[in-house]
Design a protein around this ligand. Structure first.
Ligand code: SF4
Length: 335
């Protein structure tokens, strides 16, 4: 724990002061010797907020939070089956900035920016510049939703939708709330974990007043991401009547053992968050070294079932291209 990195600064300042220098990151953690293992690709640089670094253990090269953000030479290795668009999202993109993969939900990539760059991110090669829902296409998006009465939910994603200003975010919320057929607005975000101050009063008050069900799906991979400070902000979001769910990606050497998964589910529950999905890694180019074989994942899942109450066991799924739902992993195959 690096106490001097914990600040009371507002979220915008913390966002602008995120660490992008590998030398600075390694020096803060006393891990300068790791520099020889680092490779930083041009398309996906190092980025990590100081508040997240503060939760890492000094001197521990295997810290599970560090491993998620430390660019590694293995990212350069081309592995068969690991591609730039693993979910074929380019084929499910009827309007610039909008994906329609599942019947009742559409997803808007409202920004390409994230507070943190997770090395396993399946959208790390996504061409955000050519695919943002700009004001020029906003009308087309509304028309599309109107013409698809089966759509009742819009997911704000990205990038991270909470990395845009409240002004821009509220404009989106107002627009979506004015579309009568929509009942639910969902935010997919990692910001509450990496800069908890992003859940500021202005945002929580706005979300609490929404006429739609407000669902926030956070993305937490390890219990160490939820320190007491983060916990207090998540509890405030819960108190604002926001449904809080979590999705986790199974990552080799980071969270692929039963104790880590059990601790994560228990910690999430303490914070008022229910475990929702446990994802097998999407096979994106540059992330093969995080992947695990399916059999190990299934064995881990059986162990979780034996240790956790059912409401704290996330669904084990794999996302496959052109399937109308996330595919439940067949856990009976090996048992
Ligand atoms: S915050 Fe989400 S979208 Fe951004 S890099 Fe991490 S996993 Fe990808």
């Amino acid at each position: 724990m690096i106490n001097h990195l914990i600040t009371q600064k507002n979220w915008q300042t913390q966002l602008s002061e995120a660490i992008s220098s590998i030398d600075e990151l390694l020096a803060l953690l006393g891990l300068e010797s790791l520099k020889t293992q680092v490779y930083i690709p041009e398309h996906f640089k190092l980025r990590v907020p100081r508040a997240f670094v503060a939760k890492m253990r000094v001197g521990d090269a295997n810290d599970p939070l560090l491993r998620q953000v430390l660019p590694d030479k293995q990212e350069q290795i081309a592995v068969t089956g690991y591609v730039s668009d693993p979910l074929a999202e380019n084929e499910q993109n009827p309007i610039q900035g909008m994906l329609h993969k599942y019947e009742s939900r559409v997803l808007l990539t409202v920004t390409g920016a994230c507070a943190i760059h997770c090395r396993y991110c399946f959208r790390q090669h996504f061409d955000y510049n050519a695919n943002l829902p700009t004001s020029a296409v906003q009308k087309d998006i509304i028309t599309y939703i109107n013409e698809h009465p089966e759509v009742n939910e819009v997911i704000l994603s990205g990038g991270d939708p909470l990395s845009i200003s409240n002004r821009r975010l509220f404009a989106w919320l107002d627009t979506l709330e004015s579309i009568e057929q929509l009942t639910t607005i969902r935010l997919h975000t990692r910001l509450p974990l990496v800069i908890p101050e992003r859940l500021d009063n202005e945002l929580l008050e706005k979300l609490a007043k929404s006429r739609c069900h407000l669902v926030m799906v956070i993305h937490c991979n390890h219990a160490n991401e939820i320190d007491e400070h983060t916990l207090s902000y998540l509890k405030r979001a819960r108190a604002a009547n926001i449904t809080l769910l979590n999705q986790t990606v199974l990552l080799s050497g980071i969270n692929d053992d039963v104790d880590t998964q059990v601790n994560l589910s228990l910690r999430l529950f303490t914070a008022g968050v229910l475990p929702y999905y446990l994802h097998m890694l999407d096979k994106v180019a540059g992330a093969a070294h995080f992947d695990l074989d399916e059999r190990s994942n299934i064995e881990l899942y059986w162990s979780m079932l034996a240790k956790l109450p059912g409401y704290l066991v996330p669904k084990l799924v794999r996302e496959l291209p052109n399937r109308p739902f996330k595919v439940p992993v067949d856990i009976y195959e090996t048992n």
